[in-house]
Design a protein around this ligand. Structure first.
Ligand code: BG6
Length: 484
């Protein structure tokens, strides 16, 4: 089959930093469908050649050593540019003309990638429908929608309704790039391709789960966007809840888009909704010092750049096991990790009086030191019966021999061509996730909001967060990964 990807928002950062480099790398690996065309659409008045030249420079920059000029020359022949305005029906007619010229026949498949400002998603979809570009009687028509998908539950519902007027749910691919990360997909493998973890992956053995997405970077030039969004919309409604779903879900009957997503959605149904005093006792928020001086941030802003939530998943597997989710900007290092903290042994036989073993811990390092570690107690050699914590260590880099795992967008783009939506969010998933996050945002915006703790950058968030955890008899796993 012949295929085309049309990228709306072609002059944006995502296109040059992620999408084109990912498509080019797939092309170099021979995994991009043969002859696949790329059309960029945005308002800037570039010619095909000018856009190709610009992309050549940015792709060289973002693919580094992997850039191959000869391969680029071949790939660039399949790249086209169409100036156009999303609010203008003529632009879509011009796009339809270009498509009819460059596609070999009406049965070509198409992926439309919406990488524009989110306010334009609904309009772009309506225009695609009105121009007859969503008609899939001859070739498939799919639409990829970048995050954010809405800013709360009502806006996400409106957007879903508007998209469903033009595209069926099975044609819609909502991006959460965390699902495209190899290490996130490896959680499926860890849990469902091994028999040793399943029997202990539950409330009988697990004390709690920590899911951390720490970023060293601060908000920087994204202050305007970020202040409206804040950490809960920017990271929790999507990435953190996705990681929680995959960690907590039941095994699906088959690895199939609808069955996988059914199981993920069940986790969201189980998440205990907060009420009353829960917002003060189960949520913590912080803002790094210096945030108020960032460009675009209004004076006295109360926007949180750090959050920690204690969530429960009320089902047979997880009842009363806390899932601690935390994320922040300006933290001590960049690390995304999931810690499964197992319970302490029921009766301690060994150890000195100064140290009580913590219980086993499985650490899933999502990035940047992709791997898995199992922490367990071993005897200190040449001692009495003293123990210490040792680690079994698995590293993706070591086994694959490649320095960098493929970027998430490669996998996601390929899946959209292949019609596999397993790693994309479904409409009910997105709405349920907003249903969990919206009440917390509302509580934080209310006069009874919990304190906004200040923290200095380069640490693990506000000091109060550690105290909060210690009060619960637990400790954060505050360890920066070692990159080998
Ligand atoms: C984006 C957020 O979705 O994810 C950013 O908008 C954040 O604020 C980014 O920095 C983190 O992604 P990654 O892949 O670098 O962990």
């Amino acid at each position: 089959m012949s295929e085309t990807i049309v990228i709306f928002g072609a002059s944006g950062d995502l296109t040059s930093r992620k999408l084109i480099p990912a498509l080019f790398q797939l092309f170099m690996k021979g995994r991009l469908p043969k002859g696949a065309r790329v059309i960029g659409v945005s308002r800037s008045p570039y010619s095909h050649d000018r856009w190709r030249e610009m992309l050549c420079e940015t792709t060289r920059e973002f693919t580094g050593d992997q850039f191959n000029a000869i391969a680029w020359g071949e790939f660039a022949k399949q790249i086209y540019y169409q100036p156009g305005d999303i609010t203008d029906a003529d632009s879509f007619r011009a796009l339809a003309d270009l498509l009819s010229k460059i596609e070999p026949g009406p049965d070509s498949g198409r992926v439309y990638y919406l990488s524009t400002m989110p306010q334009l998603y609904a309009e772009a979809i309506q225009q695609l429908g009105a121009a007859g570009l969503a008609d899939d009687r001859r070739g498939y028509r799919r639409v990829i929608i970048e995050k954010p998908f809405g800013t709360d539950l009502p806006s996400a519902k409106r957007l879903n309704e508007s998209i469903h007027e033009v595209f069926r749910e099975d044609q819609i691919y909502r991006i959460d790039h965390y699902l495209g990360k190899e290490t996130v997909q490896n959680i499926f493998a860890l849990r469902f391709a091994n028999s040793i973890f399943e029997p202990i992956w539950n409330r009988q053995f697990v004390d709690h789960v920590q899911i951390t997405v720490a970023e060293e970077v601060v908000v920087g030039r994204r202050g305007g966007y970020y202040d409206e969004s804040g950490i809960l919309r920017d990271m929790f409604q999507n990435h953190l809840l996705q990681l929680m779903m995959i960690t907590a879900m039941e095994p699906p009957a088959r690895y199939d888009a609808s069955l996988v997503r059914d199981e993920k959605v069940k986790v969201l149904h189980c998440v205990r909704r907060m009420a009353g005093g829960d917002f003060a006792s189960q949520t913590m928020r912080g803002q790094y010092e210096g945030y108020l001086e960032e460009e675009g941030v209004p004076k006295g802003s109360q926007t949180a750049t750090f959050a920690a939530l204690k969530l429960y998943c009320d089902n047979w597997r997880w009842k009363d096991v806390p899932f601690y989710l935390r994320s922040g900007k300006g933290m001590s290092c960049r690390t995304t990790q999931i810690v499964i903290q197992f319970k302490q042994v029921p009766h301690i036989l060994f150890g000195d009086k100064t140290r009580e073993p913590l219980g086993n811990r499985l650490v899933i390092q999502v990035q940047p030191a992709e791997g898995i570690q199992l922490h367990f107690e071993t005897k200190v050699p040449d001692s009495e019966m003293k123990t210490r914590t040792s680690t079994l260590d698995f590293s993706f880099q070591k086994i694959s021999g490649v320095a960098d795992l493929p970027d998430a967008y490669q996998r996601l783009l390929l899946d959209s061509f292949n019609g596999d939506a397993s790693l994309f969010a479904r409409s009910d998933e997105v709405e349920l996730a907003w249903g969990i996050i919206d009440p917390i945002i509302a509580a934080w915006d209310s006069p009874a909001a919990p304190d906004l703790h200040r923290y200095v950058t380069g640490q693990w968030g506000p000091e109060e967060i550690s105290a909060w955890m210690l009060d619960q008899g637990r400790e954060w796993f505050d360890v920066c990964p070692v990159i080998q």
